[in-house]
Design a protein around this ligand. Structure first.
Ligand code: CTP
Ligand code: MG
Length: 240
């Protein structure tokens, strides 16, 4: 079975408030995106598609893919205005993939072990996502006031990779397009599992993940990443 990783790096990083997109910022001598690409390069995936901003395709090809010898990266393609549209651009290039693993380029701490787990699970379940149980109590807040407190035992924080049978994900996207044309409403789609859930009803299997697989989103995440890299040996905090 052919497995393609789609690594997303076409975001603007608004919440980081930095001059250059967070995925290209330096972390201990390497750009943030290097770490995720390295994990997939060293994993059992067959190839990698890197999705980046249209203005960064040349830079990524030369100064990241070629420079660090990421031989599994077979395409560097421009993404879209929203994350799910960037996924779609990657999906168009994943022609011969039976399965796709979609990963946030801003999640540098992904481990090869979690990639293998995703590869195994997606063959069985067709749709699976790495996730961790939330540690905080999560409340629904409306206009500054608490309106609901969902039972914490049912809440999990989604990570990536999110892995799908390519056929299932393609169908979900086709149905989403039809629905959007008809209803003219664009829901706030923050991950790919949502599209599969809503458009196909196919069950998404959760893979208990690693708390160290953080997403670099706000400036404080860089401190966490530095600490995790420094303590990499001890950073493999698995949950039961
Ligand atoms: N992403 C993408 N294309 C987009 C938006 C996001 O490829 N149109 C990617 C980002 O580069 C990132 C991942 O999706 O690797 C997760 O998104 P997020 O953390 O939200 O990154 P940004 O959208 O860049 O940040 P922000 O939401 O703060 O602007
Ligand atoms: Mg975003």
């Amino acid at each position: 079975k052919h497995v393609t990783a789609i690594v997303l790096a076409a975001g603007k990083g608004n919440r980081m408030h930095s001059d250059i997109p967070k995925q290209y910022m330096d972390m201990q001598g390497y750009p943030v995106i290097y770490y995720a690409l390295k994990a997939f390069e060293e994993s059992k995936v067959d190839d990698i598609i890197l999705v980046t901003g249209a203005e960064d395709v040349a830079f990524c090809t030369k100064d990241i893919v070629q420079k660090y010898h990421f031989t599994k990266v077979k395409d560097v393609v421009p993404g879209g205005a929203e994350r799910y549209l960037s996924v779609l651009e990657g999906l168009k290039k994943a022609q011969n993939a039976d399965y796709v693993l979609i990963h946030d380029g801003a999640r540098p701490m992904i481990g090869t072990e979690d990639i293998e787990k995703s590869m195994q699970m997606v063959e069985q379940e067709k749709a699976c996502v790495l996730a961790t149980p939330v540690k905080d109590t999560i409340k629904v807040v409306t206009k500054g006031y608490v309106t609901d407190t969902p039972d914490r035992d049912t809440l999990w924080a989604m990570q990536t990779p999110q892995s799908f049978s390519t056929e299932l994900l393609r169908n979900a996207y086709i149905q989403l397009e039809t629905k959007q044309k008809k209803e003219k409403i664009v829901p706030n789609i923050t991950d790919d599992a949502m599209i599969v859930e809503y458009m196909t009803g196919h069950k998404i299997r959760i893979i208990p993940g690693n708390y160290a697989n953080i997403k670099i989103t706000t400036p404080d995440d860089f401190y966490t990443m530095r600490a995790l890299l420094d303590a990499q040996e001890n950073a493999q905090i698995y949950i039961d």
